[in-house]
Design a binder for this molecule. Structure first.
Ligand code: UDP
Length: 268
């Protein structure tokens, strides 16, 4: 609201009470863009500047970003990958049985989920981890209604172990949970600031999309998420917002509709 105007008598200069703006004619206040989001973080962002594993200092920084978003009243579901520890495909490429290697990958995502839970709770954010591979001593199993209740109570729910089956990825897990939990958007925080028409690391002419539709992503095999995750988001009309989580404050900017990002959506 700007400075309030004051009525002044034209002859004697007497100043009346400030004129309040007409509430009925006032422009509507800008509404928050989202009420509930699913934030997917690739495992590699937990490495910080390391080549492998978990950098607790960097996880603490990430947790601050999540807390800042949570403090705005947003309901947050989190899915974290496991690529910083183990990827099933990499194991299979070295001769391991693929399903066995994928189970190891899923366990890696549980470790990351616990690391993030620890970092968030150290900042005073209440959380629950729900794993698609049951491990009662460590966390809850995935129960949608229970997750709903946690979100209502202001807890961040961290979904671990992807969809709980081999031959899938945590991208698919993220799309599935985003649909199940009726999230307004799936935010994919990675090391790059959006979706490019070719690899920006090898092609300096690569162009970043501001918006792009699901079918273009699938037809051109653009590196966003795996195809099953993109298709699930398309079929459930969930926008995918791809942005760099490595830039400080970027999550908050993206949530406010600002910042550098690519939005994958219908009709773009
Ligand atoms: N994984 C799986 N099923 C799932 C989710 C994950 O088998 O539903 C395994 C798979 O081996 C994958 C690994 O867990 O490579 C780590 O997940 P992802 O590659 O998605 O992690 P990110 O690339 O996001 O760090």
């Amino acid at each position: 609201m700007g400075a309030l105007r004051t009525w002044q008598h034209p002859a004697c200069g007497y100043k009346g009470r400030p004129i309040l703006p007409n509430v009925r004619n006032r422009e509507p206040m800008s509404q928050p863009k989202y009420k509930r989001v699913l934030l997917k973080l690739s495992g590699e962002v937990l490495m910080g500047s390391q080549q492998f594993g978990i950098d607790p200092e960097f996880v603490a920084e990430l947790a601050k970003e999540v807390k800042a978003a949570h403090d705005t009243g947003l309901e947050i579901c989190l899915v974290i990958g496991g690529g910083n520890i183990f990827r099933g495909m990499a194991g299979a490429a070295k001769g391991m049985d693929r399903a066995q290697a994928d189970y190891m990958g899923m366990l890696a995502t549980v470790m990351n989920a616990l690391a993030m839970q620890n970092a968030l709770e150290q900042l005073g954010v209440k959380t629950r981890v729900q794993s698609a591979v049951q491990m009662d001593q460590v966390c809850e199993p995935v129960i949608r209604r229970r997750a709903e209740r946690h979100l209502e109570k202001g807890r961040v729910v961290i979904f671990a172990a992807g969809v709980g089956s081999p031959y899938f990825t945590t991208d698919s897990g993220a799309a599935l949970r985003a649909a199940e939990m009726k999230c307004d958007a799936l935010l994919k925080g990675t090391s790059v600031d959006g979706v490019y028409d070719s690899d920006p690391k090898t092609n300096p002419q690569a162009r970043r999309y501001d918006t792009v539709n699901y079918d273009t992503v699938l037809a051109q095999n653009l590196k966003v998420m795996d195809a099953s995750a993109v298709a699930l988001c398309r079929d459930n009309d969930i926008p995918i917002v791809v942005f760099s989580i490595r830039e400080k404050g970027n999550l908050a900017r993206v949530l406010a509709g600002e910042g550098t990002k690519t939005v994958v959506q219908k009709g773009a």
